[in-house]
Design a protein around this ligand. Sequence first.
Ligand code: SF4
Ligand code: MG
Length: 328
Amino acid sequence: HVPVLEVDRLSLEFRVRGRVAEVLSAVSFDLRPGETLCLVGESGCGKSMTALAIMRLIPPLGHIGAGSVRLRGDNLADHDEEAMRQVRGNKISMIFQEPMTALNPVYTVGDQIAEPLRLHQGMGKAQARARAIDMLKSVGIPLPERRVDDYPHQMSGGMRQRVMIAIALACDPDVLIADEPTTALDVTVQAQIFDLLREQQARRGTAVLLITHDMGAVSEMADRVVVMYGGRVVEQGGVREILAHPSHPYTRGLIACLPELDREPTDIRPDLPEIPGVVPSVWERGSGCPFLERCGQAMPRCRDTFPPLTRVGGTQEVACWLYPEAKP
Ligand code: SF4
Ligand code: MG
């Protein structure tokens, strides 16, 4: 089957005062219709940058160096800004960690759900309002006829995230990118939001790219997993294979975090105490393996060359010199 989104050797550079930092290096993955692909790693690994690069919402100093993003076969690099505006919120939608900053405080939630419908689907005011009420109902907001005129501050965090999902799904996008969508919510509400995402995905056939640092969310949501470190894909494969046989030393460290599922959201740290050390800054990346400084199994060759992705199982690929297939 044809992937709905194909990210192929995508590179993103930042140029600051004559220095160039490679934020993403040859990131490749496919997203298939109706599946959930989890993009996993600590903060600073390039997950959110990948999402922004797909949406072509990269910060001013950023520059897409090479590679392509195809939506149903169309290369998005051929789209000008006007054409990209027709993609965003319509064919590819995004939800973020903190719905309060993504929602506009001066408009009602109904107006904010109606906006993409009016913009992309040419709906009139009354029709868009009726559809907004339907969307509120479908994302589980009680008394939608009344709540449609609420402002974001009149809602709880969980309700606001439901509203964000309603806005994102209003135009029935092919792809929903969810960037840490439950990190700011308490554990009970997190589970409800994941249930809602799964239910909406099943109903609409939306392909979901879920960005998370939480392996618990991965085990619950993912069909397939892409692990990123240092702006690169270091391991990928089906969720069962990855959870049962994590092969990259970094993935193994991430999975060591799984027993901590019941921690409170306030305890969630962007770094992983199980893996000593921190993610290298973009300025500290050399040509070798970005995990080098934190890896207990590093060898001399790890310093010189980034290992290529090598197949180690049915669907599983890993970029690490520990795997004999990768040795020259
Ligand atoms: Fe560790 Fe080397 Fe594998 Fe990198 S390539 S994860 S440094 S063993
Ligand atoms: Mg992020």
